[in-house]
Write a protein that binds this ligand. Structure first.
Ligand code: ZN
Length: 389
């Protein structure tokens, strides 16, 4: 009898130590004893979650679609404390691998990368285990800054308040979110065309986009002259649905928008095509095109000599001019033949024979360096466009 009681006591201790809770699906709060893990906000991504101990949860990180999807394993969730503890969060990846260094924010504005000793990644990169102290503050953990539509709206308001640009509604996404268009208020015929955020997790590219555009709007002689001579067109965020959903790659039509320039099967890319037609009908001429993204390094993808541009060798000259002025930001340019994949830069080259580049920023590139470099790239682009177009 005593032996049976001892076994029962031992079993109940063991069960309490494991404290496995129910497995809850995405968008449902996951309760550990010392904190709750939630994913009910724009940009969140988390699959099933189970509390595996008082201070431990296991979550699944998975992409928006089955089958092949680019391995951009975005994750984002929020920790709501119940008591002080050290939380352990095990992230198990399905359909992808650990890629982004986890970042933490207490206010959604300032972000810091978790030190390596708080992130243990398995050799096959299918699992990452995060340990993080929990006090009385809520915080987010994500693959990068949460740059969601409200933040873009605030930025657009700041830009239009300079009086140097006008915003309008380009149209609606598949999920009826607004896609914003920025255009110069001038009659200039020659157009600089910028696009951002076709791919939801690519926030380092978004940081570059903001800084680049702000340099175009700056209160300097160069920028002032440029704004008189050129018509600036920008779509800061082409894929708001994907951003809201925390998607790795697609819009809500399960499509990589940067493979749909040409086919134009999605509402978002159809808006771009209609805008280009409108510019053509206004008698404008798109002269330079840039599309902002993130990848594992800082690189520009552009045309090679088999696909001559007007002006010739423009991108190479631009980037070589910028190079001596740029510090703490290593970058290269890769010149490739234009192919028939519906990538924005290829479509724009084929339509206009213009210098057309994908502006790629490393996932983990220092944010201050991205901003400083983007300002220089913008200044050198303005100089060269003024000189050669
Ligand atoms: Zn991309």
């Amino acid at each position: 009898m005593i032996q049976r009681l001892l076994i029962l006591a031992w079993l109940s201790l063991l069960l309490a130590a494991c404290a496995i809770g129910p497995s809850v699906p995405a968008r449902q709060a996951c309760e550990a004893a010392s904190f709750t893990l939630i994913d009910n906000f724009a940009g969140a991504r988390r699959g099933r979650c189970v509390a595996s101990g008082d201070n431990e949860v296991r979550i699944t990180i998975l992409p928006e679609s089955d089958g092949y999807i680019n391995d951009s394993a975005w994750f984002a969730y929020r920790i709501v404390p119940k008591s002080s503890a050290t939380a352990t969060i095990t992230m198990n990846y399905r359909g992808g691998h650990h890629r982004y260094r986890p970042k933490l924010s207490y206010d959604g504005i300032g972000w810091s990368t978790l030190p390596d000793e708080q992130v243990r990644v398995s050799i096959d990169k299918r699992q990452a285990i995060i340990t993080v102290p929990v006090d009385d503050r809520e915080f987010w953990i994500a693959g990068g800054e949460l740059l969601t539509p409200p933040l873009y709206d605030a930025w657009v308001t700041k830009m239009t308040s300079t009086g140097q640009t006008r915003s309008s509604v380009l149209g609606a996404s598949l999920d009826d979110n607004t896609i914003t268009l920025l255009r110069s208020d001038n009659e200039a015929k020659d157009v600089l065309f910028l696009v951002g955020r076709q791919h939801p997790p690519e926030v380092s590219g978004a940081v570059a986009f903001f800084a680049f555009y702000e340099a175009l709007m700056a209160d300097t002689v160069l920028a002032g002259e440029f704004r008189q001579r050129f018509h600036i067109v920008a779509i800061p965020m082409l894929n708001p649905d994907g951003v809201n959903e925390g998607n790795w790659r697609h819009n809500l039509g399960s499509t990589d928008l940067n493979r749909d320039w040409g086919p134009f099967r999605q509402p978002e890319t159809q808006l771009v095509e209609a805008l280009l037609d409108r510019l053509d009908n206004e008698g404008r001429q798109v002269r330079v095109f840039l599309d902002f993204h993130s990848t594992r390094k800082n690189v520009f993808y552009t045309q090679n000599d088999a696909n001559p541009t007007d002006p010739p060798h423009f991108t190479r000259t631009w980037l070589e001019n910028a190079k001596p002025r740029i510090e703490n930001y290593e970058f290269n340019y890769e010149e490739n033949p234009v192919d028939n994949i519906g990538v924005a830069k290829n479509y724009m080259y084929k339509r206009y024979r213009i210098p057309s580049s994908t502006y790629e920023v490393g996932d983990e590139t220092n944010r201050a360096a991205i901003i400083a470099a983007a300002s220089v790239f913008a200044e050198e682009l303005m100089e060269l466009m003024l000189a050669e177009i």
